[in-house]
Design a protein around this ligand. Sequence first.
Ligand code: CDP
Ligand code: MG
Length: 699
Amino acid sequence: MTASSSSKKGPPHPGDQGGGSEKKDAHPLDDFIPRMVTAKQVQAALDGPLNPFNLQPYSAQYKGILRNRKELPAYAQMTEFYEMFTKHQIMIVVGETGSGKTTQIPQLVCYSDLPHSRGKIVACTQPRRIAAMSVAKRVADEMDLTLGKEVGYSVRFDDMTESGTTFLKYMTDGMLLREATNDPDLNCYSTIILDEAHERTLATDILMGLLKGLAKRRPDLRLIITSATLDAQKFQRYFSIRRSSPAPLFKIQGRTHPVEIFYTRYPEPEYFEAAIRTVLMVHRAEDEGDILLFLTGQEEIDDACRKIQIEAEDLLKQDPDAIGPLVCIPLYSSLGPALQARIFDPPPPRKNPKGPAGRKVIVSTNIAETSLTIDGIVYVVDPGFSKQNVYNPRNRVESLLVSPISKASAQQRTGRAGRTKPGKCFRLYTEKDFMKELEDQDHPEILKNKLDSTVLTLVKLGVKDIVRFDYIDAPAPETLMRALEALNYLAALDDEGNLTALGGIMAEFPLDPRLAKTLIVSPDFKCSNEILTIISMLSVQNIWLRPTNQRKEADQAKALLTNPDSDHLTLLNVYNAWVQNSKDPNWSWSNYVSQRSLLEAELARRQLESLMVRFDVDLVSVGYGPKLYQRVREALVCGLFMQVARKEGQEYVTVKDNQKVFLHPSCGLDHTPEWVLFNEFILTTRPYIRTVTAVDPKW
Ligand code: CDP
Ligand code: MG
């Protein structure tokens, strides 16, 4: 029902040239009144000939995707959605993974807010950068618009938006929090959707507190909190207007198929081997359908993909009539966009028309638990572990540990098998362990992470009493005190807890406060150019490649780039050598360093450099030579002085807390200096310090 009369006063539209020229074809949104829009109007606009957001005819691809979208539960409940959205400032949305919360709800909001005609933006936050990037691409396709123009994303070190054009923006929760420190009223946003709130990341938790307050100051702002778990009462209560009236709940009815769960009879001592075995067993014995295997990190995932691929090719050779082809696709957050898009490829085709169907195996971190929906998964293999960040305020140790998942996580993983048809989930643990050993829920990050960076953000936001901030779950006062103390040592806060000028600038950098400080003071040591490179390199993972069959060659190549006194300087060498050899396309490969990681570091470097320009941090260098190396190490001490260890016999002891630690095997030092500073402390088989530099206690 496109409007035929022009008497109704609609909002101005970009396509209208204004004034006299009455168009024959009315604008598809002519009778849309912001926040008074109905499902019927929107459905008509979706089916219309013209895209209301750019006034172009819809493409064939659009029409194809629209047919699929109409199958989604979120589409079916559009009427109910608009009724609630029109009436309430804050609403909670829950629905099974894959029901259309992330892709559909923000689009529905756009039809109601009409942000494109009012110079506003609809934001949808994601805890993970890979999800923000991938979903933005999908939604740009769904809306028949261009990624980076009308629909964009913004994640740390990568901004794919166009100022004045982008009206739907997917972003990490961390980016929105950062924006709030500069514009506490977030005036450019008409609606903010906090997606995946059940993940309870630090940034989402803080945003909930901030936006709850902001909603009172800005009655025009709408908030939607979405969650994949069905226990939404906590959010409803937290966002209640009065004690007696909780925020309204919009429940999307999932259509999931039953999933049969299998446990192991005995505990599996080696979950990695068991996982590979199980994937191959499913491939040999089970009907058509893709497999999703959950592992904990990049190295493990790459390793598993290689092993599964080799074994599957052997099986195929042995029995091509009974076994179909298999492709194994890794999924983790540091993958580039092109590689991550492979998870949506169809499974490989049959080898011959009568042969068995091909199968796709996705080996993923937690990302595939709720953030990214992959259709076609029928089998899930769940070893029951994930990498989790654990912080102990007593000794200030933050460690990334492979730990058992919660019951809630296990249930989410299982659900991934029932998206398209009935599925099976293979849990590589016993039913008894599931019942007895797994916790019900994961703890929110705010209760288990280090809060230095968060506290700096809160202070910058002007929160006077960080202990009494309106947290949905309040962190331990001890953790907050530790953070205040660390920020005071770094001179970001004065003795009264007020933000210093230095602290104000530190908060502008998307870095750990220690590294931010190092960067900001580095011009005093005439080496900010080098510190900038080192910090950019620290922000990316896995610089070194070490293929299983070429370990020796890889180690030799690494040795040539290694600085014997400092892993930090080694990172600097690698980056500079890469830049110097930028004309040689084989350089990174023949030196066993990851081209992708270096490109990412380059991107990070560019973004940090523009922040340095903005905040008058000079880019200077004394030029190459022994003097430079010493200056770099001195500057590092300025920010990382709390992370220094002293040699005691064969091992090291941290100066601040007397923790016994070991140099990580990846460390390139050729001797064991008396004093070292380290970038991180990790606890795996032993307590290790990683990325280490020899220092002089005088500094
Ligand atoms: O957020 P939620 O888990 O509720 O679902 P979603 O991410 O909005 O995904 C809804 C549906 O969109 C999925 O089930 C897929 O069918 C489809 N989708 C897709 O085909 N390709 C993507 N890149 C993302 C979503
Ligand atoms: Mg989602």
